[in-house]
Write a protein that binds this ligand. Structure first.
Ligand SMILES: *[C@@H]1O[C@H](CO)[C@@H](O)[C@H](O)[C@H]1NC(C)=O
Ligand SMILES: *[C@@H]1O[C@H](CO)[C@@H](O)[C@H](O)[C@H]1NC(C)=O
Length: 567
């Protein structure tokens, strides 16, 4: 706690002292009151009371509870109860203390109010926009990577950059005690859903492989390697034997009832796995894809690590083609949240990634065998057909893939079958509308790199991403650009600093989240471009690992387009 405390002092938070008014002195027992002026909106607070002599106290109004006292009995720290979370500017905080003293007369005391609802975070220095683009892509990349750091579960490394996050979920274990700590919390909640986590990892890693110069030029390359390694390390832990893969930790119904910090969770967090008897070829193939992409990202950076990833990828892809089934049938706990539509697309996508990593024909054969021809619906944590056609065109140059890519984007571009909002967002679905458009923007950039309508596809991708970055007059990325969202539906960033309690009241309070969840892309507008920055709107204002993945890769792609002079 000491460093945070020092930060408060450095930030010059009000050190105003309020003296105690003595109410009663019964000799040995006293009662006093503090009427502390509140000069700013406070969301969670602490009051430090310093007495003239040692006392023992309790607070009498129910607004605060005594949290700690100094060894000499003179300094006592009170923290707000849940009922007294918010203090408005202009109000006074009236507290009463009663206690015992041993000296000859009742003590005097002063109190200091500390706002636990301010953000102690100082951003890394601003990155200049040197690409000549309308938006500062370097800043978006830097902040999007920070968002993934805020999602980290498990034991945090010493270089953790998110001061309001600490170790959490250290008891995540498999049926036989296997260590399943680590990985990312899925969204505004704290379940670890491996299906979207692995898909996000694959998509982010693809962006790194394809647009490495963008990460290099923005100074984010090392951070980006840490970004993908975090889920890769966790997914490796989940693959406990050849045909045994943990696919979820935490039960959504229990998790979603809790609004608080991941550091303070107490609900059971069961783990669920697929096996030969209860298979999931979709998630086994998606995890293989993440590992194969990870192999490609790491084969120059760390051969040992790359080879570990590839070994697991081989086993998992074999698992996927040997034991067919949908993981959400085998693990019904995933069904209401990340139900898989089918496994064909992952078998194609996973096979294509395996081929890219190994250049072994058998994987290309599998990928092509599972290819679903025709225009694709889009690209998401569940739907990988567009990604698969781009990969297969890249490695085979066959017309069928090119034709399908063109058909897919024809339906996605204006005049096609996908509706548009009046301000120009391709609107696939209302839930997380921006992420579908961002995923397709990434794929349009990758298709352009393969020579498919490069100018048209790049302009379209830019328009979709710029919509999110501010083209409608405000940004949809927390902590970035003009008038960004301040109330994402996200538990940990909404909580005041420790030791203030965090509860449902944080969900309901109307001010901004205490901590700025830098870089998080929110769900997005409705089909008429209408958007409200409301914490309780989990359709428009939740954030998620999968939302940022295609988005971040598309931003890296747009930056690469600028670096290469391709626009
Ligand atoms: C909540 O977690 C923090 C660590 O971030 C810890 O310091 C604090 O004691 C915890 N509070 C409770 C009530 O468990
Ligand atoms: C490379 O990866 C291996 C396996 O994870 C790890 O033990 C080693 O420390 C890594 N080497 C470097 C230089 O990071």
């Amino acid at each position: 706690m000491l460093p945070l405390f020092l930060l408060w002092l450095i930030l010059g938070k009000c050190r105003c002292q309020t003296s105690m008014t003595s109410l009663f002195d019964w000799g040995g027992r006293f009662q006093g009151s503090f009427n502390i002026p509140v000069t700013t909106l406070i969301n969670g607070w602490e009051v430090i009371i310093t007495f003239s002599e040692p006392v023992s106290i309790r607070e009498g109004t129910g607004k605060g509870t005594v949290l700690s006292h100094s060894a000499d009995g003179r300094i006592h720290t009170l923290v707000n109860t849940e009922n007294s979370l918010i203090l408005n500017s202009g109000q006074t905080l009236d507290l009463q203390v009663e206690g015992m003293y041993t000296g000859s007369s009742a003590p005097t005391a002063t109190a200091q109010l500390i706002n636990l609802g301010h953000d102690p975070y100082t951003l890394p220095p601003a990155l200049p926009n040197h690409d000549g683009a309308k938006y500062n892509y370097d800043e978006v990349l830097m902040k999007s990577i920070l968002f993934y750091e805020a999602q980290r579960s498990g034991k945090l490394p010493p270089d953790n950059r998110i001061p309001w996050r600490a170790d959490s979920a250290l008891n995540d274990r498999g049926d036989n005690g296997e260590d399943l700590t680590g990985g990312w919390y899925d969204a505004g909640d704290h379940v670890k859903f491996n299906f979207p986590m692995a898909a996000s990892t694959t998509v982010l890693t693809w962006g790194l492989i394809a647009y490495m110069e963008a990460y290099q030029d923005s100074g984010q390359l090392d951070h980006m390697y840490s970004c993908i390694k975090w889920p890769l390390d966790y997914l490796l832990k989940c693959h406990v034997s050849k045909f045994e893969l943990y696919v979820q930790v935490g039960k959504a119904e229990l998790d979603h009832n809790y609004w608080g910090r991941p550091e303070n969770m107490t609900m059971p967090r069961p783990a669920y796995k697929i096996t030969a008897q209860n298979p999931g070829s979709d998630i086994a193939a998606e995890t293989a894809a993440a590992f194969a992409a990870g192999y490609l990202a790491y084969h120059n950076a760390n051969k040992t690590y790359a080879n570990i990833l590839l070994m697991h990828a081989r086993d998992l892809y074999e698992f996927a083609i040997t034991h067919k089934g949908k993981y959400s049938d085998s693990v019904p706990e995933a069904k209401g949240f990340y139900q898989s539509y089918d496994a064909q697309d992952e078998l194609c996508w996973g096979g294509a990634w395996m081929y890219l990593a190994t250049r072994e024909e058998k994987y290309l054969t599998e990928a092509e065998k599972h290819y679903e021809a025709g225009a694709a619906w889009g690209q998401s944590w569940d739907e990988k057909n567009t990604g698969c056609m781009v990969l297969l065109y890249k490695v085979t140059r066959k017309d069928i893939y090119k034709t399908d890519i063109e058909a897919t984007f024809k339906s996605w571009m204006p005049g096609g079958t996908i509706p548009y909002t009046p301000r120009g967002l391709a609107y696939r679905l209302n839930w997380g509308s921006l992420r579908y458009a961002s995923n397709m923007a990434m794929l349009a950039l990758l298709a352009a790199d393969e020579g498919i309508h490069p100018a048209e596809y790049r302009h379209w991708a830019q328009a979709q991403i710029h919509y999110a970055l501010g083209d409608t007059g405000h940004s949809y990325v927390v902590g970035f650009g003009v008038n960004p969202p301040t109330q994402p539906h996200h538990r940990s960033s909404s909580c005041p600093l420790v030791p203030a309690p965090c509860s449902n009241r944080e969900l309901q309070q109307s001010g901004p989240n205490t901590h700025i969840l830098y870089g998080a892309l929110v769900g997005g507008p409705d089909q008429s471009d209408h958007y409200e920055d409301r914490r309780d709107d989990y359709v428009k204002n939740e954030v998620a690992c999968d939302y940022n993945s295609g988005f971040q890769s598309a931003v890296a792609g747009l930056k690469a387009v600028h670096l290469r002079g391709q626009l």
